[in-house]
Design a protein around this ligand. Structure first.
Ligand code: GLU
Length: 315
C-alpha cells in the first residue's frame, strides 16, 4: 500500500502555496489508491501555535481533502503531532549516538536558532557549518562542556556523494559533505526538523514524500539519516514552487493568499482548487472543480518542471 503525507508547520495561516503542495500530495496518493496521512509539524515550539494547527485542518477539509490518519482522527501510528512524539526523536538520537554518527558542537547561535524549522533551501541557513567542533579532542570537549551545553551535529560522510532519483525533479547528485554537518538537536534540547521528519516518515510507513522544491536540498541529509538509523528511505518527489509576481516563493507577505480569507469571503472551495490545479498544469483553464474530480486524470508528468510565477488571484 502506498502511503503519502502532508506535514504542515502551524506557524501561520495556510496559504495558496502550502495548499497547492497538500493538493498535489493528496492527488498523487489518491490516484494510486493509497493512504494519506496528515502530520502536524509543530516541533518548533517558538513558531507554532495551536490555533494555526486547527485552522490548517479546517482549511484542508474545506478544500475537499481528507486523510485516513491524522491528529484529529487518530490512526495506528498515533500521535500525529510532533510535539507529542519527542520520545521517538530521543530514540533516534540515541541510535545515532551509539553509532558515533553525531558529535557535540559548542559553536554559537546561528545554528541554534535555525535548526528546528524546515529550511526553505539550505542557503536560508547561511553558510555551511565548517566542521569546527568535529575534531575536538576529548579534553577540549570536556573543557568546553563546562561553559556551554552543546548542540549535536550529524557528521556527513566525507567522501561519498549522495544521489537519488526524484520522482519529479529527476536524478539528483549532491557532492560529498554538501550543506555541511547539520544539527540534529539544538543546544536547548529541541530536536531538528531533519531528525524529526525522518523518524516520523519511517514510523508512519510513508512510502511517498511529495513536498515543495525548497526541501530538495534537505533530502540528502535525510537519506543519510535513514541510512545511519538503518531505516528504509521513501521515494521523494519535489514539486517546483509557486512564486509571487516578484519572482520570490509565494509567502504570507504577498498578502491575500490565506485559504481562510477565501472561505471568509464566501468564495467556493472549487474555485480555489481550480486555480491551484490550473497553475499546477492539471487543467487548461482556471475553472471551478472539486479536488476529488481531479483524481482520475491526475498525472505527475503534467506538473511544470520549473517554478511558476503567478499573480495573486482575484477569485
Ligand atoms: N513541515 C515542513 C514545512 O511546512 C514540511 C516538511 C516536509 O514536507 O518534509 O515546510
Amino acid at each position: 500500500m502506498r502511503r503519502g503525507r502532508f506535514a504542515p508547520t502551524p506557524s501561520g495561516k495556510m496559504h495558496l502555496g502550502n495548499a497547492r503542495t497538500a493538493l498535489l500530495a493528496w492527488l498523487h496518493i489518491r490516484s494510486l489508491k493509497g493512504e494519506f496521512v496528515l502530520r502536524m509539524e509543530d516541533i518548533d515550539t517558538e513558531r507554532s501555535r495551536e490555533k494555526w494547527a486547527k485552522l490548517a485542518l479546517l482549511d484542508l477539509r474545506w478544500l475537499g481533502l481528507d486523510w485516513d490518519e491524522g491528529p484529529d482522527v487518530g490512526g495506528r501510528y498515533a500521535p500525529y503531532t510532533q510535539s507529542e512524539r519527542l520520545d521517538r526523536y530521543a530514540a533516534g538520537l540515541q541510535h545515532l549516538q551509539a553509532k558515533g554518527a553525531v558529535y557535540p558542537c559548542y559553536c554559537s547561535r546561528a545554528d541554534i536558532l535555525s535548526a528546528a524549522s524546515a529550511p526553505h533551501g539550505l542557503r536560508s541557513e547561511g553558510k555551511a557549518y565548517a566542521g569546527t567542533c568535529r575534531h575536538l579532542t576529548p579534553a577540549e570537549r570536556v573543557e568546553k562542556a563546562l561553559q556551554k551545553s552543546p548542540s549535536l551535529r550529524f557528521a556527513m560522510p566525507e567522501h561519498r556523494d549522495v544521489s537519488f532519483e526524484d520522482g519529479i525533479a529527476g536524478k539528483q547528485v549532491f557532492a560529498a559533505g554538501s550543506g555541511g554537518d547539520f544539527v540534529v538537536r539544538r543546544a536547548d534540547g529541541l530536536y531538528s526538523y531533519q531528525l524529526s521528519v525522518v523518524m516520523d516518515d519511517a514510523d508512519m510507513g510513508i512510502t511517498d514524500v511529495l513536498r515543495g522544491y525548497d526541501l530538495l536540498d534537505s533530502t540528502p541529509r535525510q537519506i543519510l539519516l535513514y541510512e545511519a538509523l538503518e531505516l528504509e528511505a521513501p521515494a521523494f518527489l519535489h514539486v517546483p514552487l509557486l512564486n509571487g509576481p516578484d519572482g520570490k516563493r509565494l509567502a504570507k507577505r504577498h498578502g491575500g493568499i490565506a485559504i481562510s480569507s477565501f472561505r471568509e469571503r464566501g468564495i467556493p472551495p472549487e474555485r480555489v482548487v481550480g486555480w491551484l490545479a490550473y497553475v499546477s498544469g492539471l487543467i487548461d483553464r482556471p475553472e471551478s472543480i472539486s479536488a476529488s474530480e481531479l483524481i482520475p486524470s491526475f498525472n505527475l508528468s503534467l506538473i511544470p518542471r520549473e517554478a511558476v510565477v503567478v499573480d495573486i488571484p482575484n477569485l
